[in-house]
Design a protein around this ligand. Structure first.
Ligand code: FES
Length: 123
């Protein structure tokens, strides 16, 4: 099986509704991943893009959290309304950060936990 150009992980971790950190599933990530899978397939991206669910990326407070590799991009606050921008971004060399609506939601060293960054860098 050939490698894809991009891999997209959407956190679908679920915690109890009253958990202090919240969870991406409680914020709608399960529906978002299904919509993104449908949309990337409809856009003909299936051979180049793989959309997958992820366990907790340790950015729960920023969820729904999405990781795009090999771009090394971590996005927070993703909603179903962002799916068209994600699909456009996955199509371009510039990636999802080329989308004006998504770029401001990139999680960086300034606004993420060190544990999450280390985990992403380890792969
Ligand atoms: S529950 Fe999604 S990042 Fe933790």
């Amino acid at each position: 099986m050939p490698l894809k150009e991009r891999y997209v992980w959407i956190c679908t971790n679920r915690r109890a509704d009253d958990h202090p950190r919240g969870s991406c599933a409680a914020k709608g990530s399960e529906a978002i991943i299904e919509e993104l899978k449908r949309a990337t397939k409809a856009a003909g991206q299936g051979p180049r893009v793989r959309v997958m669910s992820s366990s907790c990326i340790d950015q729960c407070e920023h969820g729904v959290t999405v990781a795009v590799m090999p771009d090394g991009v971590l996005l927070g606050q993703i909603t179903a309304a962002d799916v068209p921008a994600l699909v456009r971004g996955l199509e371009t060399a510039g990636g999802v950060l080329g989308e004006p609506s998504l770029a401001p939601r990139q999680l960086t060293e300034e606004n993420t936990t060190p544990e999450a960054l280390a985990r992403l860098r380890r792969g």
